[in-house]
Design a protein around this ligand. Structure first.
Ligand code: GLN
Length: 453
């Protein structure tokens, strides 16, 4: 704990932590020491973790990296973090992220961008760590915590893990409780870990996952010993390669990494099969209707009355407007506007309802493939390696949304997906592969992921 506290202080330039809680960390570590001395160690005894700012932590400032929640200290603890503390983990602080988890570069945070600890060969330019869990990924990669919590609505665990050479898993929708996690798009949001190895991710997910009466979408299904799956044989496993993920303009080095990953799995005894997920190309446009629609509804609660920021006005409506105008950043406002538009009378059937139908088709694509005996699907995690900071200024919102092309299908179908480091780009940056699994079969992803790692 002391080593991590010093490392965090020495690496403030990365802007990974937005709240440091060294006193709390020391107090928790002392309690862990006492337990260890008594031989009463719990599964995560004394393991120092960073917590994405999207998780409400009791008495500790929690604001989803948004000005609108400034000053908010939740009187309660999210179920996922409560599970981690109950297993003995130590809290180092709150991690930077895109505002309300909306973004792919961690540049929409009201605290400014996180810097990726990786640099390209022959360049001094700062790179993004990906988003929205950019602080989590950068902190793990830079050894500023042993592991971190993160959330994934459309790729926010897997894409930053890919950009930083770390491991990130989005479990099946319903595996972790969403209670106490600031809501973005409730039908897509899931918590999961970012860690340095597949084994660490397996250990952390075991503690994070639980059924919870406070989240009716959490599922009462046994959480297996994921760590036991790590190192297990993949002989006879059937792994699908979806032809629709071979998109136009994909860099050759991503293609090469994908083929190499397939070779590794084959060499370990898996059978590789070509598969088709025909509705893949509709996933991104459908996601960017469903996610903003749900966000516009979830974010209606930030009205200047209940939480955080209030800007006084001439009357209550004026106060709402001024608080929201000052509290939300540009990307969040864009999402709220898209969301209210696609949900409005006259447009609902044309956009929202249609996107929901597309979502069903995407889900069926996966069901058909898994019913045919495929155990897991192998794809690249992202269409590129990490890019330079200031991308928001140069890229259009749509270019930014294209980052999520390989990850959003998994959220739309509620499936588990893991991103595992699979080599380096020509200029020395991490590249990652994604494995997608059957509902509640994260164990297979850990088993196959470890072969790639
Ligand atoms: N980049 C996606 C978005 O901006 C995903 C975000 C997420 O998974 N939280 O919506």
């Amino acid at each position: 704990t002391e080593a991590y506290i010093s490392a965090i202080e020495a690496a403030r330039r990365l802007n990974a932590y937005i709240v440091e809680t060294p006193d709390k960390a020391r107090e928790m570590a002392k309690a862990s020491d006492a337990r260890l001395a008594r031989g009463e160690a719990r599964p995560l005894e004394g393991i120092p973790l960073g917590i994405k700012d999207l998780f409400c932590t009791e008495g500790v400032h929690s604001q989803a990296a948004s000005r609108v929640l400034s000053g908010f200290r939740p009187p309660y603890e999210s179920t996922v973090t409560a599970n981690l503390w109950a297993d003995g983990a130590v809290m180092l602080g709150k991690l930077n992220m895109d505002e309300f988890a909306m973004g792919s570069s961690n540049e929409t945070s009201c605290y400014g961008p996180v810097i990726n600890p990786w640099r390209a060969a022959n360049s001094n330019a700062d790179l993004v760590p990906g988003g929205s869990s950019g602080g989590s990924a950068a902190a793990v990669a830079a050894w500023l915590c042993a592991g971190a919590t993160a959330t994934d609505t459309g790729g926010s665990i897997r894409q930053p893990a890919a950009f930083t050479g770390t491991v990130g898993i989005k479990p099946t929708y319903g595996r972790c409780s969403r209670w106490g996690i600031v809501a973005f798009a409730s039908s897509l949001d899931q918590a999961g870990p970012i860690a340095r190895t597949v084994r660490d991710a397996a250990i952390l997910l075991k503690s994070m996952a639980s059924v919870d009466p406070k989240d009716t979408t959490s599922v009462d299904i046994e959480v297996p010993d994921y760590e036991a799956a790590v190192g297990g044989s993949i002989r006879g496993m059937r792994i699908g390669i979806p032809r629709e993920y071979r998109i136009d303009g994909m860099p050759a080095e991503i293609e090469t990494m994908w083929a190499r990953g397939a070779d590794w799995l084959r060499a370990a005894g898996a059978e590789l099969v070509d598969i088709s997920l025909p509705h893949t190309r509709y996933a991104l446009p459908a996601y960017y209707i469903v996610a903003p629609a749900e966000a516009s509804s979830n974010l209606a609660r930030y009205d200047g009355v209940r939480y955080g920021l209030r800007v006084e006005g001439t009357d209550i409506v004026d106060m709402y407007e001024k608080s929201r105008a000052a509290g939300f950043g540009a990307e969040v406002k864009r999402r709220i506007m898209i969301g209210t538009y696609v949900l409005s009378a006259g447009y609902y059937d044309a956009y929202y309802l249609r996107a929901q139908k597309v979502r069903t088709l995407i889900k069926r694509d996966f069901e058909t493939v898994f019913a045919s005996g495929v155990d897991a699907i192998l794809t690249p995690a992202t269409p590129s390696a990490a890019f330079e900071v200031a991308s928001m200024a140069t890229a259009s919102p749509i270019e930014m949304y294209l980052n999520d092309v390989f990850t959003v299908t998994v959220n739309m179908a509620g499936l588990p997906g893991i991103a595992v480091p699979a080599g380096l780009s020509a200029d020395g940056l991490p590249l990652a592969l994604q494995l997608i699994g059957r509902p509640f079969d994260e164990a297979t992803l850990f088993r196959a992921g470890q072969v790639i790692e």
